[in-house]
Design a protein. Structure first.
Length: 245
């Protein structure tokens, strides 16, 4: 589910003594200590921790990391914050000369955010865009309509803000941000058409639809696929395309 594991990002201006850590990851003492030590080896101090969203593989270790480094934690979800400040769409985080622009990217989860790094033409996407494969719409918190809007928002960012690099929450860096987002949009349209066809053929239960639409996918991933299918069924029903009664 996490591909090669969760990517924890350390971001700083080259000549700054301050760093921002994004998604410290699960509550793994050895990993958290390595992240803190990596910042120190750069001759920097961790000044701030940011979260792309609240799933445990990204956020569970944030409170402990804050203890280790003495940093506040900023997130969209108030329950995940440590300190007085949260995060909201349109915010700009400036630390040690670094500029990160907060982009609302709900869909995978309701609280998903991405961080636009203008200096590098990059965007840190958490689970919204992965370095390999596609992401899960974590129904019922995640919603397909929101996710499609998010992908279009990121597509516009690649054009209008010349973002060319995706720094994902899992998997390798993507050097073609626009291509990745356009692939995601095409993939979602294809899956949605498959789900609609499955329902029209008489299938109703999400598990039945998964078995049809994801027949070429490792069955170990079917429980995650079922979350996306439920989100797609809701989307089709809400738009009057299918009747689930």
């Amino acid at each position: 589910m996490t591909l090669d594991g969760t990517n924890t990002w350390i971001v700083a201006e080259p000549d700054s003594g301050l760093a921002v850590v994004i998604d410290p990851g699960p509550l793994d003492e050895a990993h958290l200590a390595r992240v803190a030590a990596a910042v120190e080896r750069q001759g920097r101090r961790t000044a701030l921790t940011l979260l792309t969203h609240g799933h445990p593989d990204h956020a569970e270790g944030a409170a402990r990391f804050a203890e280790l480094t003495g940093t506040p934690v900023r997130a969209l979800d108030p329950a995940l914050r440590l300190g007085d400040e949260g995060l909201a769409a349109g915010d700009t985080v400036t630390t040690g000369g670094l500029e990160l622009r907060v982009v609302a990217t709900p869909g995978h989860t309701a609280d998903s955010l991405s961080f636009h790094l203008p200096a590098d033409g990059a965007v840190l996407t958490g689970d919204t865009v992965l370095g390999r494969g596609t992401t899960v719409i974590a129904h019922p918190d995640g919603r397909l309509g929101d996710y499609l809007d998010t992908l279009r928002r990121l597509q516009a960012l690649t054009v209008e803000a010349e973002v060319d690099t995706v720094l994902p929450g899992h998997g390798p860096v993507l050097a073609d941000a626009r291509g990745a987002v356009e692939f995601y949009l095409a993939h979602r349209a294809h899956r949605l058409a498959q789900v609609e066809t499955a329902v029209e053929s008489g299938l109703r239960g999400p598990a039945e639809v998964v078995a049809r639409v994801y027949a070429d996918t490792d069955p170990a991933l079917w429980p995650a696929a079922e979350l996306s299918v439920r989100a797609q069924l809701d989307y089709l029903h809400e738009h009057g395309i299918i009747d689930l009664q």
